[in-house]
Design a protein around this ligand. Structure first.
Ligand code: ATP
Length: 255
């Protein structure tokens, strides 16, 4: 892809595509990763590629839950590392929690590539957020040697670390799949997901679903975390918030 001018109306989207194709070439992604991204883009188009008010509420609730957690964790897959790794490392630095790589199509090569990419992103994160550099250095990356499994889940995505996903009370997991989301909720965790599709099983079964583009909402999450979040809303209505998100998608069409 040639140089994309910043004035291009779909600049952000084209940059995200470039990150995804570069990550695919570097062996970070499964073959189906670009399809999943494309499905997300379609929903983002309906959102007008903007972060909605309902998404902002969900981001704030997620920030508050992560800050109040006893053992928070951020779970990442290939798409997440490719699109938002640097800013998520900064989030982990504020919360002081580990990042665990959890992928479905698990090969030693892909795991190594992802953990290597995160180490490089750690350096970039220190440069981008020098005020967080000390904490960023301490962010631990897990995933290489899972020692336990998420109960009730088949396949490689069940594998996890006792001191990471398994023992966490609040988990931020962008781009989750429905089965794993359900299994994590079943374990009693507060599961915060980022998914542009408000009708996905993931969005519907999670505790808090942020219906927004990963690349847009993680910087907002970081800001909310740095600002200290707010009071936890004990009666958070995930389905109600998803309905608001869906209505915001359709509003422009109804004008
Ligand atoms: P589910 O099992 O939850 O019904 P699914 O099988 O429909 O999920 P997957 O293929 O696991 O979905 O993942 C694709 C999902 O991730 C899509 O719903 C898409 O909206 C979302 N998605 C993809 N890329 C992004 C992104 N960059 N930001 C936010 N959401 C995204």
């Amino acid at each position: 892809m040639g140089e994309i001018p910043e004035s291009h109306p779909r600049y952000e989207s084209l940059m995200a595509r470039k990150k995804m194709t570069d990550a695919a070439a570097a062996g970070l992604l499964a073959d189906s990763a670009l399809i999943a991204h494309g499905r997300g883009e379609a929903f983002d188009y309906l959102l007008g590629e903007k972060t909605t008010e309902s998404a902002k509420s969900a981001i704030m609730e997620t920030a508050s839950q992560l800050l109040a957690a006893n053992q928070p964790v951020i779970s990442v897959n290939g798409n997440t590392v490719a699109l938002a790794g640097i800013d998520l490392i900064a989030c982990a630095a504020v919360i002081e929690c580990p990042i665990e790589v959890n992928i479905y199509y698990r090969t030693p090569e892909r795991m190594s590539a992802l953990l290597g990419a995160l180490e490089e992103q750690k350096i970039a994160a220190c440069e981008k957020y020098p005020e967080l550099a000390e904490n960023i250095q301490c962010v631990e990356f897990l995933g290489r040697e899972p020692d336990t499994k998420i109960p009730g889940l088949e396949g490689p995505r069940a594998n996890c670390h006792t001191n990471g996903i398994f023992s966490s009370d609040v988990i931020l997991v962008p781009l989750e799949d429905g089965d794993r989301c359900e299994a994590l909720v079943e374990m009693g965790k507060t599961v915060c997901v980022i998914d542009l599709n408000p009708l996905s099983r993931t969005a519907m079964t999670s505790t808090i679903a942020i219906v927004d583009q990963l690349t847009r909402c993680v910087p907002i999450l970081l800001k909310y975390l740095k600002d200290g979040g707010s009071q936890i809303n004990e009666s958070w209505d995930n389905r109600g918030n998803l309905s608001d998100g869906l209505a915001e998608m359709l509003r422009d069409l109804q004008k």
